[in-house]
Design a protein around this ligand. Structure first.
Ligand code: PGA
Ligand code: ZN
Length: 411
C-alpha cells in the first residue's frame, strides 16, 4: 500500500521569486507533494541547493533516476536516503542538489502519512503523545534579508515565555510586530512599511536603534521583557565576518569588532535587552568562541545555525566543544529528512534544544510544522507575515486540536 509507484518533479517559484524544485510522490492510492525552501545567508558546510546548471539540471537528474525510487516503501526514509546516495555520493548533494533531496524525502514522508491516514508528524516519528513547538516570530530584519539602510543584524525575534495556548502565542508575536510597525511610523514619517524576506519590518536604522525600538514595542503592550515575552537575535555573524582581517565588520553601523570585542558586543546586547535567544553570535567556524557565550549565559538559548548546519558530524564537534545549548534544524541544510532526523536524535541525546526553522526563501508548504512536532523542538522559527510564513503557523493551529497533542512544549 505504501510502496512508491511514481515520482514527478517540476520547477516552481519560492517566496523570493527564485526557481525551486517541487516533487510529487505517489503510492497506489495517494500523492504527497513538497517543494524545497532556500537560504540567503547560507552556511558554508550545508548541502548545495543545486548542482552546477541549477534547478533545470537537478530536475533532469531526478527524471533520469526516478525509477530508483519506484517500489521503495514511502515510510522508509532510510531507503529514500540510500536511493539518493546511489545517484549522488558527494557529501553535500552537489550532483543532484539538496533541494531535490529535500523535496523527494519530504514528499515521500507526506505520501506515507496520507496513505496510512495518520498525521505527518506521526509518520516522521511515531510515539504516543506530542507537544507543539513555540513559534519564534521575526519582527525586524536586516543583514542579508533586507536592503542597505536596514541594520547589520539579520533578525530581531520575539517569543512568549509564559505557557499559554498556541493561538495566544501566535497572536502575541503578531501583536508585537504590529505595535513595532506603529512605533516605526511614529518615529520616521518616511518609513515605507517595507519588510524583510521573512516579514519583519526593514527600517532605515542601526542595530542599537532597532533593538531599542523592538524592546519598546514589547513594553508598550504591557509586557515585561524576560517575563511574558523575550526578544531574540540572529546575528548571522558569518555575513559580517571577514576572514582575512579576522574581524566582524558592521558596515551600516560603521564599526568593526575583533573576536573578543564581538563576544562583549553580544554579551552587552543580551544583558541590556534581556535577550533569551542568540543565534550565530560568532562566525560559522568559531566553535570555541561560541562556547564562551554558552558557559557565560546558561539561561539563554545559545543557538547554532550556520555553525551546525543540520550536519550530524559538525554537531558532534559542537557538542564536544560545548559550543551551543540549542541548534537550528533546517531539513534542506542536511538534504534528506533521514539525515535531518539523525541530527535531531543526536541533539536530543545530548540535551541540545532544537529549533525547527524555515528559510528566508520559502514555499507555501507547511511540513516543517510537523517536523518541529515530531522532533520535540522547543521553538518553530517561521518569520511572521506573508502567506508562506503564516502557512506554518496555521498548520500548528489545525494540528492543535488533534487527540495526540498535549499542548505546548516547555522552554
Ligand atoms: P537563510 O537565513 O534562510 O537566509 O539562510 C535564515 C537564518 O539565518 O536563520
Ligand atoms: Zn540563522
Amino acid at each position: 500500500m505504501t510502496l512508491i509507484t511514481s515520482v514527478r518533479g517540476r520547477i516552481i517559484y519560492n517566496s523570493r521569486g527564485q526557481s525551486t524544485i517541487e516533487v510529487d510522490i505517489s503510492t497506489k492510492t495517494h500523492t504527497g507533494r513538497a517543494a524545497a525552501p532556500s537560504g540567503a545567508s547560507v552556511g558554508r558546510y550545508e548541502a548545495a541547493a543545486f548542482p552546477k546548471g541549477g534547478a533545470r539540471k537537478s530536475l533532469d537528474i531526478l527524471e533520469d533516476n526516478a525509477s530508483k525510487f519506484i517500489g521503495i516503501d514511502s515510510t522508509d526514509q532510510k531507503a529514500i536516503y540510500e536511493a539518493l546516495k546511489t545517484i549522488d555520493s558527494t557529501d553535500n548533494y552537489s550532483v543532484i542538489g539538496g533541494s531535490t533531496a529535500y523535496a523527494v524525502s519530504m514528499a515521500s514522508a507526506q505520501v506515507a502519512a496520507l496513505t496510512q491516514d495518520i498525521p505527518l508528524y506521526k509518520s516522521i516519528h511515531s510515539k504516543e503523545h506530542y507537544k507543539l513547538p513555540i513559534p519564534l516570530g521575526n519582527i525586524l530584519g536586516g543583514g542579508a534579508h533586507a536592503g542597505h539602510g536596514a541594520p547589520d543584524i539579520q533578525e530581531i525575534l520575539v517569543f512568549t515565555l509564559a505557557s499559554r495556548s498556541i493561538r495566544d502565542v501566535i497572536q502575541t508575536n503578531i501583536d508585537v510586530h504590529k505595535q513595532l510597525g506603529v512605533l516605526l511610523a511614529e518615529r520616521d514619517i518616511t518609513f515605507t512599511r517595507g519588510r524583510s524576506d521573512e516579514g519583519g519590518w526593514a527600517p532605515n536604522m542601526n542595530n542599537e536603534q532597532a533593538l531599542e525600538i523592538s524592546a519598546r514595542a514589547c513594553e508598550s503592550l504591557g509586557y515585561t521583557l524576560g517575563k511574558e515575552v523575550a526578544l531574540g537575535v540572529d546575528f548571522a555573524s558569518s555575513t559580517q565576518y571577514n576572514q582575512e582581517q579576522d574581524r566582524y565588520i558592521y558596515d551600516r553601523a560603521g564599526f568593526e569588532n575583533s573576536t573578543g570585542e564581538q563576544i562583549e558586543f553580544v554579551s552587552d546586547i543580551i544583558k541590556r535587552y534581556k535577550i533569551k535567544y542568540v543565534e550565530d553570535a560568532v562566525h560559522e567556524e568559531a566553535f570555541k568562541d561560541m562556547s564562551i557565550l554558552t558557559s557565560r549565559f546558561p539561561d539563554v538559548l545559545i543557538v547554532g545555525d550556520d555553525l551546525t548546519v543540520t550536519n550530524y558530524t559538525i554537531l558532534q564537534k559542537a557538542i564536544s566543544d560545548k559550543s551551543c545549548n540549542a541548534a537550528i534544524l533546517k531539513v534542506n541544510q542536511a538534504g534528506s529528512l533521514y539525515e535531518a532526523m539523525q541530527f535531531a536524535d543526536m541533539a536530543t541525546q545530548n540535551n541540545i534544544k532544537l529549533i525547527t526553522s524555515h528559510r528566508s526563501g520559502e514555499s507555501n508548504d507547511s511540513q516543517i510544522a510537523h517536523v518541529g512536532i515530531s522532533t520535540d523542538s522547543t521553538l518553530l522559527k517561521t518569520g511572521i507575515l506573508g502567506g508562506e510564513r503564516v502557512a506554518k503557523l496555521n498548520e500548528l493551529l489545525r494540528i492543535s486540536g488533534n487527540d495526540l497533542i498535549r499542548g505546548l512544549g516547555e522552554l
